[in-house]
Design a protein. Structure first.
Length: 280
C-alpha cells in the first residue's frame, strides 16, 4: 500500500503526460488553418488577376471597334481609352450584359463635307462617352464578330473658341461666355470711325449641327446712330454660321450646346447602337 504522498506522486506524471499530449495537436490545427488561409488568399488573388485580365481584353476589343468606326468615317484620333465599370467583370461576361463602359476618344479630327464654313475639318480635343446597358456575348468578345449593342449612349465634347472663330471666318472677333450666353466682341472701322462692337449669340441645334446667330450687336463707344447701325447690322450678319458637327463614334448626335469658359460644350446622345453594324 502507498501512502498519501506516494499516491500524489503517481498522479503527477499522468497529468503532465496529458498536458504534453494536447500541445502538438493544437499546433497542428493552427498550422492547417494558416495553410487554408494562404490557399484561399492565393485563389482569391488568382481570381482577381483573371478578372482584371478579362476586363482588359474586353476593353481592348471595344477600343478596336471604336477605332474602326472612326476610320470608316474618314476621321482620325489617338487610341481610344476604354474602362468597363462594375465588378466582378467575369459575372458580367457570363450574363453578356455590362453595367457601363466609359470611352474617351482623344484628339478626334473629322472632315466637314458640303459646308460653307471657313474650314474643312473639326478638331475635338476629347470626346467623353458613357455607354450603358451594353450587351455582348462571350463568343462575340472572343471572336470579334457578332453584335455589341449599346442601349444608351451619352457624351460631351468642346469646340474651342479659336476654332469657332476660324469657322465664322471674321478676323479680330473675340468670343467668351458670360451669364450662360455666348458673347462676341470686335473692333471694326466704319466711315473712318473705330467701332467697338459687342453682342450675344443665340445657339440652336438644327439638323445635327449648331446654328450661331448674333443679335443685339451694338457699338459701346457711339450713340445709336442709324448710319452706323446699318453697318453694325451688316457686320452681325457676317457672324452668322452653321457649324456642321461631323459623324461621331457610336452614332452620337448633338442634343444641346452650352457656352463655357474654354468653348462651346456640346452634349451628345444616341440609343440602340450596334458597334459591329456596317457604316456605324
Amino acid at each position: 500500500m502507498y501512502g498519501p504522498q506516494q499516491s500524489a506522486n503517481r498522479e503527477g506524471p499522468v497529468a503532465e503526460v496529458y498536458e504534453n499530449d494536447q500541445r502538438p495537436r493544437r499546433r497542428r490545427g493552427r498550422g492547417l488553418l494558416i495553410i487554408l488561409v494562404v490557399l484561399l488568399l492565393i485563389l482569391f488573388g488568382g481570381l482577381v488577376v483573371l478578372d482584371r485580365y478579362g476586363a482588359s481584353f474586353a476593353e481592348g476589343v471595344i477600343a478596336d471597334k471604336v477605332t474602326e468606326q472612326i476610320r470608316q468615317q474618314k476621321a482620325s484620333s489617338d487610341t481610344p481609352q476604354v474602362d468597363i465599370a462594375g465588378t466582378p467583370f467575369l459575372t458580367q461576361v457570363v450574363r453578356g450584359e455590362y453595367q457601363e463602359i466609359h470611352i474617351q476618344v482623344p484628339n478626334l479630327s473629322a472632315p466637314i463635307e458640303n459646308s460653307k464654313v471657313a474650314a474643312d475639318k473639326i478638331n475635338l480635343a476629347l470626346v467623353d462617352i458613357h455607354a450603358q446597358d451594353v450587351k455582348a456575348s462571350l463568343d462575340t468578345l472572343r471572336s470579334g464578330t457578332g453584335d455589341v449593342v449599346v442601349g444608351t449612349v451619352t457624351g460631351t465634347s468642346t469646340i474651342d473658341y479659336p476654332q469657332l472663330i476660324t469657322l465664322i471666318g471674321q478676323k479680330g472677333l473675340q468670343l467668351s461666355a458670360k451669364d450662360g450666353k455666348l458673347v462676341g466682341a470686335a473692333s471694326v472701322t466704319a466711315l473712318g470711325q473705330q467701332l467697338d462692337l459687342t453682342g450675344t449669340a443665340k445657339l440652336t441645334v438644327v439638323n445635327g449641327g449648331i446654328q450661331v446667330r448674333f443679335a443685339d450687336v451694338k457699338a459701346t463707344n457711339l450713340p445709336d446712330v442709324p448710319v452706323f447701325q446699318n453697318f453694325i447690322n451688316s457686320y452681325a450678319a457676317k457672324l452668322a454660321v452653321d457649324v456642321p458637327v461631323p459623324a461621331l463614334p457610336l452614332q452620337l448626335k448633338v442634343q444641346s450646346v452650352t457656352p463655357q469658359a474654354d468653348g462651346l460644350q456640346v452634349t451628345l446622345a444616341a440609343s440602340d447602337v450596334n458597334l459591329n453594324a456596317a457604316g456605324v
